[in-house]
Unconditional design. Structure first.
Length: 761
């Protein structure tokens, strides 16, 4: 911090308000306590709909408004760029735009990128390093796999990318990957390929998303003076969605928190649903142990849902053992009970749900108040078909995003090639797009020459166009492209980057390529390119724009204002709310997911239950749960059982109904209920109950109550033994750890499964 900044800071801290600030009005006692607890570590357990965002922004405004710190002395970490923008806007509204500027408010990755650009040389990069997107990362990994003569059909680049991302999420560099982890890829070559990949990134002066945190961790751990600089800089630390942090983010935060005891994390252990992305729920569960003397404040008053919805959700989540414990409540008594309805199959489920939506629309006139939340994307087909048949307006949330479209990636590659001589991945993408006669054979010659010379592709290309190693159309096309890039690079020094982009797309022939294309998508691609040029105008420099694109969070959900039904997965729905929520597919094997149970056991089951809790708490007025007697899963019809989560819903908050109007008479008798709510009488339910009796379940007061039967821990299985799994087929045991097995299946690859789900072959 400069002397001038220190002087301003001292003056600001001297100006304490005499009267209570207006932004504190209207807070409930627990919210006010969370805002006022500014000294020492604080854990705010904020249940769904309890005003978490208001507390976080008000706390931030309170720190600034009371002069305890200046904007540049606060580190505030969110999980999405959208959340960061919303927080910045809200704080500005609360205390004025004069101190709206918060330079250290952003996502883990965006803040790490700021720090890394300041100290890039400490990890072998320069400050102008490129951040690779997923597409470029996969292309680079393919090159690494091919160079090591590994069968890329068996050991795919996408598989290796997932492994490397997982290692980086755990804060592991190539030298820290264990031997057992290394054997997850190419018979033990995983760690070696990881190292080659990291070395290649340094040559390219590039890093991937995981590197942003991993490199920053390396700098903090290896350079005490740099870490001390940030300890002096940050007087207050605030973290949103703490339950979703992974190991690397946790280590990153703990290192920075050593400089100040004023750490506040906000989160909900009952909404930790991203374990498959590396999130560690233990981070929030052990907060009080990690930070002795920490104060825990529970926000339990819900401002969103009805009494019955909250009662059902709270009763369901109590079945989880891994939680800190809280109970949501509301002053709004009553409301409709959670509806549980049995149907014949997925098609009937879609018909029933659509009729509910149409009834809702006839009363409210708003389709946008309705959402269908599925556990897996394959469940969407039946609903989309039904929406189209009925002419109902809908949108699929979480489809292909603007910046992930091929034409946008191509345009970005051109701009990156203009910006950097060493960006091989960008140059490789554009070298024959549009067609320049530069085929695979010519590209292989160029790549070989570049490796031998230790130069980038672009630098090597300038030499090869003067020789006879590349001839004909390939040489002509390459020479023209290199000359164009040099000309565009000169233009970039004086032209606005939006105008430069338009020129590049025109002069390269890329826009003309799509104008000549008579396919149905061509005009849409040209419109997207026009939108791209307009979007770039919001950024001061080309570098700022490209970095923004690289840092766009995958969790961001863009929502339109049109009156449309929202169709999305439960994961995509987190943070949203709707008056009417339809929850289909609550059957064993669908929800909870059989794959999650097979691979994760009890830990995965608890995350599935948290996902069900998230789904229920999206509803403001009415939640309707469906389960089917039959389900077509991946092309196969299966008789399925209602989800154990239905059993766990408190009967006093649930109403079970028959949807007999949707089926032929003979079918309706197979899925209905009798006149007494929550009492199942159909032949299908009788078969279900009989099956439960055989598997150790019992029925109490008309509601099925499951007694979980844990798989046997051993079953006489040994390492090296051939086994059979109902879903994955035949395989051989690689690792035997109690009731957990790692099995190399003949067709499905390596999987982690519970011992109780396999049998000797």
């Amino acid at each position: 911090m400069s002397t001038h900044e220190q002087k301003i800071s001292e003056q600001a801290r001297a100006r304490l308000p005499v009267n209570e600030a207006h932004y504190l009005h209207g807070l409930n006692p627990q919210q006010r306590e969370a805002v006022d607890a500014l000294d020492g570590p604080v854990l705010v357990l904020a249940g769904a709909g309890t005003g978490k965002t208001r507390v976080l922004t008000t706390r931030l405004a309170h720190i600034l408004g009371t002069g305890r710190a200046n904007p540049w002395e606060i580190l505030c970490v969110t999980f999405t760029n959208k959340a960061a923008r919303e927080m910045r806007t809200r704080v500005g509204t609360l205390i004025g735009s004069a101190i709206e500027r918060l330079p250290w408010l952003g996502t883990f990755h965006s803040i790490s990128a700021q720090i890394l650009r300041r100290h890039a040389e400490l990890v072998g990069l320069t400050s102008s390093f490129t951040i690779l997107d997923t597409d470029d990362q996969l292309r680079l990994l393919k090159q690494v796999i091919r160079a090591e003569n590994i069968d890329e059909k068996r050991w795919t680049a996408r598989h290796l990318a997932v492994l490397i991302d997982g290692w980086k999420n755990r804060g592991l560099g190539p030298d820290k990957v264990t031997q057992s982890d290394a054997y997850s890829f190419a018979n033990g070559k995983g760690a070696d390929l990881y190292k080659i990949y990291q070395d290649r990134l340094k040559v390219l002066n590039a890093c991937d998303f995981g590197d942003l945190l991993l490199h920053t961790l390396t700098i903090f751990l290896g350079h005490d003076d740099v870490l001390a600089e940030y300890h002096r800089r940050f007087r207050y630390l605030l973290v949103d969605e703490y339950q979703d942090t992974n190991v690397a983010q946790y280590l990153w935060l703990r290192l920075l928190a050593r400089g100040s005891a004023n750490l506040c994390v906000v989160g909900d252990d009952d909404q930790s649903i991203y374990g498959w992305r590396g999130a560690e729920i233990d981070n929030i569960l052990r907060f009080e142990k990690d930070f002795p003397g920490a104060k825990t404040i529970r926000l339990e008053r819900n401002y969103r849902s009805t009494e019955h919805i909250l009662g059902a959700a709270s009763g369901l989540i109590t079945a989880n053992e891994g939680r800190l414990g809280k109970t949501l409540w509301t002053e709004e008594a009553g409301g409709e009970k959670v509806q549980v309805r049995g149907v014949w199959d997925g098609e009937a489920e879609a018909r029933a749900a659509c009729e509910e939506i149409e009834n809702w629309h006839s009363k409210t006139g708003a389709y946008a108040q309705c959402t269908v939340l599925v556990r897996a994307s394959w469940q969407m087909r039946a609903f989309e078909d039904r929406f189209i048949q009925l002419g109902l307006p809908y949108r699929v949330v979480g489809g292909p995003r603007f910046f992930e479209r091929a034409e946008i990636r191509d345009a970005h590659a051109y701009l990156r090639a203009v910006r950097s001589d060493s960006d091989d991945l960008a140059f490789e993408r554009i070298i024959n797009t549009p067609k320049r006669g530069f085929g695979a054979a010519s590209l292989q010659k160029l790549q070989t020459a570049a490796r031998n010379a230790g130069l980038s592709l672009m630098q090597t290309a300038r030499t090869l166009v003067a020789t006879d190693e590349i001839t004909g159309k390939a040489r002509t096309g390459l020479r023209t492209l290199l000359a164009d890039i040099e000309r565009w690079r000169t233009m970039a020094q004086s032209l606005p980057h939006g105008e430069l982009c338009e020129i590049v797309l025109d002069e390269s022939g890329y826009s003309a390529m799509w104008r000549a294309d008579k396919g149905p998508q061509a005009q849409g691609r040209l419109d997207n390119l026009k939108e791209l040029v307009q979007a770039m105008g919001a950024f001061d420099t080309l570098e700022a724009y490209l970095e923004h694109v690289s840092l766009v969070s995958e969790l961001d959900v863009e929502r339109g204002d049109d009156d449309q039904i929202s169709l999305m997965t439960l994961h995509a729905a987190k943070g949203l709310e709707f008056p009417l929520v339809i929850l289909p597919g609550w059957e064993e094997g669908v929800f909870p997911s059989q794959r999650a149970l097979d691979e994760g056991g009890t830990r995965a089951l608890e995350e599935e239950r948290r996902l069900a809790y998230v789904g229920l708490t999206r509803a403001r007025q009415l939640a309707i749960i469906y389960f089917a007697a039959n389900r077509q899963i991946y092309g196969r019809w299966q008789s399925v059982l209602p989800s154990r989560f239905i059993d766990e819903l408190p009967p006093e908050h649930v109403e079970a109904q028959a949807d007999t109007g949707y089926y032929p008479r003979e079918e309706s008798q197979s899925v209905g209920f009798d006149d007494t709510p929550s009492t199942y009488t159909s032949p299908g339910w009788q078969r279900y109950s009989a099956n439960r009796a055989r598997t150790g379940a019992k029925t109490i007061d008309g509601t099925a109550k499951r007694i979980a039967t844990k798989p046997q821990s051993d079953n006489g299985l040994e390492k090296g033994m051939r086994v059979f799994h109902q879903k994955f087929g035949y395989g051989r045991i690689d690792v035997h750890d109690g009731d957990k097995l790692t099995v190399s299946f003949d067709k499905a690859g390596t999987k982690k499964v519970m011992a109780g789900f396999v049998e000797k072959a």
